[in-house]
Ligand binder design. Structure first.
Ligand code: 5GP
Ligand code: MN
Length: 324
């Protein structure tokens, strides 16, 4: 599935018609959400629009994304204006916008740009391509079609989105087309090594220590192929780590030989438990996450459990996972 010309021409008219835009993404934004929000924001700003960018609170950027160009567009929730163009990026459904959901659904013009297979088409225009590795990849192609200029800063944002959502071009969503887009972004000024140093050599010592602690507690069940660990609020406090620093923690579990599904259970500050799931290409965990109230891709998905403890959340998950 590609991008439909008719949808793009509606986006084009909206950009011409409006003089302001708010670009939004999901709660706890990852590299693709941040890169897509800021990259698109910068494109629209170059096209002459007044741009605000946001996601649900906390809006603060994770430390390793502090280098991202365009962060001055980030605006607190109280100051956002929804009367111009409203664009949601990397959000499978409006619920992912947290407290911004109502304002978005009531806005006169909403463009939904995303690559999740379970996108609910909540926009007035929906540009959804599940074959794209990242929302940033869709944005790069759309920019070409719309005649929006991609300068160095925009290339850095979009490249960051693609690198992080493809696990540095190693996940199953990496295609020849992804690598071609990445190559063009490098030609436009994105520097792979600089990005690597910022994002992948940007951990704090406290985070490294927490990661070590969690790896040493991880449980592997050869019968189900599950490798999992629970991270409590107490551990975050004890190690002095912020929740928004833990996006890549799940990757530490994925290097284990013979595992099928890696699971990270995170206790949130409201006591609920958030579950991140990652699988090898032959196991669909997007469906599992959807059955439990969340969603995502075939091999990377998540949900928030309604159960009150880690033990119950683990049992609930095991009940949904079919043994190999
Ligand atoms: P993460 O484990 O990094 O939080 O999420 C992995 C992927 O799962 C995200 O890219 C997102 O697509 C999806 N995801 C995570 N949580 C939710 C959720 O609560 N609802 C939906 N629809 N998708 C989610
Ligand atoms: Mn994404």
């Amino acid at each position: 599935m590609g991008i439909k010309k008719r949808d793009l021409s509606r986006v084009y008219s909206l950009i011409k018609e409006k003089d302001s835009a708010v670009v939004l993404s999901h709660q706890n934004p990852d590299g693709d959400a941040i890169g897509s929000t800021l990259g698109l924001g910068l494109m629209l700003r170059s096209a002459g629009l007044n741009v605000q960018a946001a996601w649900p609170d906390p809006i603060e950027l994770p430390l390793k994304y502090e280098f991202m160009p365009g962060k001055e567009m980030l605006t607190g929730p109280g100051e956002l204006r929804f009367d111009g163009l409203v664009i949601a990026v990397d959000c499978a459904n409006a619920g992912r916008l947290g407290e911004l959901e109502d304002a978005v659904l009531e806005a006169p013009a909403v463009i939904n740009i995303d690559h999740h297979p379970d996108n609910t088409f909540f926009g007035s225009v929906d540009i959804v391509d599940p074959a794209a590795s990242a929302t940033a990849e869709i944005l790069y192609k759309a920019a070409g079609e719309l005649g929006l200029e991609v300068d160095r800063d925009i290339a850095v944002c979009l490249y960051t989105g693609i690198v992080t959502d493809t696990g540095r071009f190693q996940f199953s969503n990496t295609s020849a087309g992804t690598l071609q887009v990445a190559a063009e972004l490098v030609e436009l000024g994105a520097e792979p090594n600089r990005l690597y140093e910022e994002v992948y050599q940007g951990d704090s010592l406290s985070y490294m220590r927490l990661s070590g602690e969690l790896i040493s507690k991880a449980v592997f069940e050869p019968e189900t192929g599950l490798v999992y660990v629970f991270m409590s609020q107490e551990e975050l406090r004890r190690f002095g780590v912020k929740m928004n620093e833990t996006e890549d923690l799940i990757d530490a579990l994925r290097t284990l030989r013979g595992h099928r599904i890696a699971v990270l259970f995170k206790e949130l500050d409201n006591g609920k438990i958030r579950i991140s799931l990652r699988s090898r290409a032959d196991t669909d965990i997007g469906t599992v996450a959807r059955r439990l109230g969340g969603g995502g891709h075939r091999v990377a998905a998540g949900y928030t459990s309604l159960k009150g403890s880690f033990e119950e959340a683990l049992e609930e998950l095991k009940g949904e996972i079919v043994a190999p």
